[in-house]
Design a binder for this molecule. Structure first.
Ligand code: WTA
Length: 685
C-alpha cells in the first residue's frame, strides 16, 4: 500500500460522518431538506406525491382509510394496473425502444428486452395464462431462478389480476409444496434448471417432487427451458413448454385489467417465529406507489438510468427493486443469473463496467466477501459510471461500509443503507442520498412520512444512544395488508406488542431492535430473542442525537443468513424430523461473510449416537426441508439444553457460545453446568 493509500485509509477509519458529494447532490431527485417537515405537516396527504408517480385508470377518493385499523387501506376508490404502469405507459410515451431489462446469464450470454419487447412477451404470456384457465384473483406460483421469464410471468399475472407467489428457486421441494398448499395455488410456472458456477442444475426434478406433495389438484405447470440439451426431462400431461405457449400466443394482445388499489398484487412467504411461513399480502396501489416513490427518492432512479440490484427476485428486494419500482419509473434494470465469483471474482465489476451501471444495490454479505477477496478485483474495472450505492438485508459494519465507499464508489458515491422488510414493501429507514449526511453503520432516520420510534419494553421512547425496539406508529402505503387468510396472526405478529386497541391506537412492531442517536439516526443492532427481558439492552436498536437509527437486529427467533431470513423454528422442525433426534435448538452465530450462520444444538434419542452419520442426516434433512441456505454451519450434540427455571431454552447463551462471545449471566438457569460442557465441545470442534 502506498503512503497516500495508507493516509487515506487512516482518515477514512476515523471519519464518522460523510457528506453527500456535491456532484451527486447537483443532479439528485430529492435535495430539499424541507421534505421531512412538509411530509409531516401534510400527512397522510403527502403520500399523494407517491401516487402521482403512477397512471391511474380511476382516481382514488381517499388517501388513507383508517376506519378498520390496523387493516388500513390506501388510495381507496382508485383503480390501476401494475403491468400497465411498468410497461405500456412507457411505450405510449415513445420510449418503447429503450431497454427495460438487461439480462446477464451466468455463462456470459446476454439478453436485452426493450420496453416494447417486454410488453409483447408479457401480453403473450398473459394470454397463455388466461387460456390455461387462470382467472382474476387466482394465485399463480412462480418457482423460478433468475431468468427473464420470471419478471415476464410476474407482470403477466399482474396484467390479468392474478396475484403471484414467487418461491425462491433455492428453496426445497417441501418449501414449494407448503407455499402452494397454503395459497391453494393451482398453477405453477417453473424452469427446467439453471447454471451455477458453470454446472447445469436440475430444478424441474425438485419442482416435481414438491408437486407430488401438493394436496389439491394442480391444473397446469409451465416449464421454461433454460438448459436446452444440457438437461433431458419429460413433461407430464399437464406440463407445457413455455416457448411453445408463448409462440402460440405471439400476436395476442391482452388489455390490462383495472384493479382496485386494494386488490392483491402478490403474496410473498417469509419466515416468522413459528414453523409455518407467513403469507405476506401486498396490494396494487399502495405497494406500487411506495416502491416507485422510494426507488426515485432513495435510489435516485430516473428513466434514463441503468440500475443494478444484485438480489434474487425470489426475495422481496428483487420484487420491489428489480421489478416493480424501477420498471414503474421506466429505468433499465440489470438482472444477473449467477454468482459473484464465476467465472472470476471480478464478475460483478465486469457487469457494472459493461452496462455502465449508474446505481448499484447489494447486500452487506456480498461486500464482506468482496473485501475478503481484495480490492484488486474492482480495481481491474472501470466503475466510473456509478453515482450511488446501496445496501440492504442486514446491518453493515462501518469497516465494510468504508471499503464499499472507497473501493467501489471511489469516494464519489453516497451510500444508502436501507432498512426495511418483506412486510414493509419498501424502504423505511435510510438517508436520502441528496439530503442527509451519512454515518457508516447507522441506517439513518425514518423516511419523510415514515414515523419511526425506538422504544423500551413499555413503549416509551428511549434516550438518544440507548437501545430499544423499533416501532412504526403510523401506517405507510407499502405496508402489508394482512397475512394471507389469517387476520388473527397478522394482529398477533405485528400489532399486539405496542398497540392500545381500546384507544384505537395501532403501532406496527417489526420485531427488530435498534438504537437512535440525537440526529435521529437509527442503528439496527442485532437480534433480540425471547429472553431479552432478562438481558436487554444488550441487543436491540439505537437512535443518535440526530435521530439516526441503528437497527440492532431481530427480536424474534429469526436468523439472518447472508441477508436472508430464516425462522429458527422452521430449521428446528426439520431437524427433529430426522430419526434419532429428540430435541433441537437452532440459533444464529456470528459469521464473517454470512453475517449469521445456523448453529444446531441437538439432543439424540436414547440408543442413537451423535456421530458424523447422524450429523450428515441432519444436514440433509435441513437442506431437503428448506434449502441449502439453511444448512447448519455446525451441529453440536449435547445431552441437555440450557433452560430457564420456567423451562425456556436460553437461546442467548447458545448464540454466545456459537459466536465465541462472553457467556454472560447463567444464574437464572436450571442447569448452569451444561453451558461449560457445550462451550468446551464447540471449541474442541
Ligand atoms: C434485516 C429484506 C439492518 C432486519 C429487505 C429486518 C436490516 C429483516 C437491514 C427483513 C438494514 C434488513 N440494516 N438490518 N439495512 N435491512 N434488515 O424480510 O432484521 O428478508 O427485519 O427483507 O432484515 O428481512 P426481509
Amino acid at each position: 500500500m502506498s503512503q497516500e493509500d495508507a493516509d487515506l485509509e487512516a482518515r477514512l477509519e476515523e471519519q464518522e460522518t460523510f457528506e453527500p458529494p456535491e456532484s451527486f447532490v447537483e443532479q439528485a431527485n430529492v435535495t430539499d431538506p424541507g421534505i421531512y417537515e412538509e411530509f409531516e405537516e401534510n400527512w397522510p396527504d403527502c403520500w399523494e406525491r407517491a401516487a402521482d408517480l403512477l397512471s391511474w385508470d380511476e382516481a382514488y377518493d381517499t388517501v388513507l382509510e383508517d376506519g378498520d385499523a390496523p387493516f388500513y387501506e390506501w388510495f381507496t376508490g382508485g383503480e390501476l394496473n401494475a403491468s400497465y404502469n411498468c410497461l405500456d405507459r412507457h411505450v405510449e410515451e415513445g420510449r418503447g425502444d429503450e431497454a427495460a431489462i438487461e439480462w446477464e446469464g451466468e455463462l456470459g450470454e446476454t439478453r436485452t428486452y426493450t420496453y416494447s419487447e417486454l410488453l409483447d412477451e408479457v401480453e403473450s404470456f398473459a394470454a397463455t395464462l388466461r387460456d390455461l384457465g387462470v382467472e382474476e384473483d387466482d394465485v399463480v406460483t412462480l418457482y423460478m431462478p433468475m431468468v427473464p421469464e420470471l419478471p415476464v410471468a410476474m407482470l403477466a399475472c399482474a396484467r390479468i389480476g392474478a396475484p403471484h407467489s414467487v418461491v425462491f428457486a433455492g428453496f426445497s421441494a417441501d418449501a414449494l409444496a407448503t407455499r402452494m398448499n397454503s395459497a391453494e395455488s393451482e398453477y405453477l410456472v417453473t424452469c427446467d434448471g439453471y447454471y451455477r458456477r458453470g454446472d447445469a442444475l436440475d430444478h424441474i426434478a425438485k419442482a416435481n417432487e414438491g408437486l407430488a406433495d401438493v394436496e389439491h389438484e394442480v391444473s397446469d405447470v409451465v416449464v421454461v427451458d433454460r438448459l436446452g440439451d444440457d438437461l433431458e426431462h419429460d413433461l407430464a400431461d399437464n406440463q407445457h413448454d413455455y416457448d411453445d405457449l408463448v409462440d402460440e400466443h405471439a400476436d395476442a394482445s391482452v388489455d390490462p385489467v383495472s384493479r382496485d388499489a386494494e386488490d392483491m398484487l402478490f403474496l410473498m412467504y417469509t419466515s416468522g417465529t413459528t414453523g409455518q411461513p407467513k403469507g405476506v399480502k401486498h396490494t396494487t396501489g399502495g405497494y406500487l406507489a411506495y416502491t416507485a416513490w422510494t426507488a426515485r427518492a432513495v435510489l435516485d432512479l430516473e428513466a434514463d438510468d441503468t440500475y443494478w440490484c444484485s438480489a434474487d427476485i425470489g426475495w422481496i428486494t428483487g420484487h420491489s427493486y428489480i421489478v416493480y419500482g424501477p420498471l414503474a419509473l421506466g429505468t433499465t434494470s440489470v438482472m444477473y443469473e449467477g454468482t459473484p465469483d464465476y467465472p472470476n471474482k471480478d464478475r460483478f465489476w465486469e457487469i457494472v463496467e459493461k452496462n455502465e451501471v449508474d446505481v448499484f444495490y447489494t447486500a452487506p454479505t456480498a461486500i464482506r466477501a468482496f473485501m475478503k477477496w481484495g480490492e484488486e478485483y474492482p480495481e481491474k474495472r472501470d466503475l466510473s459510471s456509478l453515482r450511488l450505492l446501496g445496501t440492504v438485508g442486514e446491518p453493515i459494519n462501518p469497516r465494510a461500509w468504508k471499503w464499499y465507499y472507497k473501493h467501489i464508489g471511489n469516494e464519489e458515491c453516497p451510500i444508502v443503507d436501507t432498512w426495511w422488510q418483506t412486510e414493509t414493501g419498501g424502504h423505511m429507514i435510510t438517508t436520502l442520498p441528496g439530503v442527509n449526511d451519512m454515518k457508516p453503520g447507522s441506517a439513518g432516520p425514518g423516511l419523510p412520512g415514515v414515523d419511526i420510534q425506538v422504544v423500551d419494553a413499555q413503549g416509551e421512547e428511549v434516550e438518544a444512544g440507548e437501545a430499544g425496539y423499533l416501532t412504526v406508529p403510523k401506517p405507510w402505503p407499502g405496508m402489508l395488508r394482512t397475512l394471507y387468510q389469517n387476520d388473527e396472526r397478522f394482529i398477533d405478529e405485528y400489532w399486539q406488542e405496542y398497540s392500545d386497541p381500546d384507544a384505537d391506537e395501532w403501532v406496527y412492531f417489526p420485531e427488530d431492535g435498534a438504537k437512535i442517536d440525537e440526529d435521529g439516526y437509527i442503528t439496527v443492532l442485532g437480534r433480540v430473542d425471547d429472553v431479552i427481558n432478562v438481558s436487554f439492552p444488550e441487543d436491540g436498536a439505537k437512535i443518535d442525537e440526530d435521530g439516526y437509527i441503528t437497527v440492532l437486529g431481530r427480536v424474534d427467533d429469526v436468523i439472518n443468513v447472508s441477508g436472508h431470513r430464516l425462522g429458527t423454528m422452521e430449521v428446528e422442525s426439520a431437524i427433529v424430523g430426522v430419526e434419532g433426534v429428540a430435541e433441537a435448538a437452532v440459533v444464529g452465530g456470528d459469521h464473517d461473510v454470512k453475517g449469521e450462520a445456523v448453529y444446531a444444538y441437538v439432543i439424540t434419542e436414547d440408543g442413537y449416537d451423535g456421530d458424523s452419520d447422524l450429523e450428515s442426516e441432519i444436514i440433509d434433512g435441513v437442506v431437503d426441508a428448506i434449502g441449502p441456505i439453511a444448512k447448519p454451519e455446525e451441529v453440536i450434540f449435547t445431552p441437555e439444553l440450557p433452560k430457564t427455571r420456567s423451562g425456556k431454552i436460553m437461546r442467548r447463551l447458545l448464540e454466545n457460545i456459537a459466536s465465541g462471545n462472553e457467556l454472560g449471566d447463567t444464574s437464572t438457569l436450571r442447569n448452569p453446568e451444561i453451558v461449560d460442557e457445550i462451550a468446551q465441545q464447540v471449541e474442541a470442534d
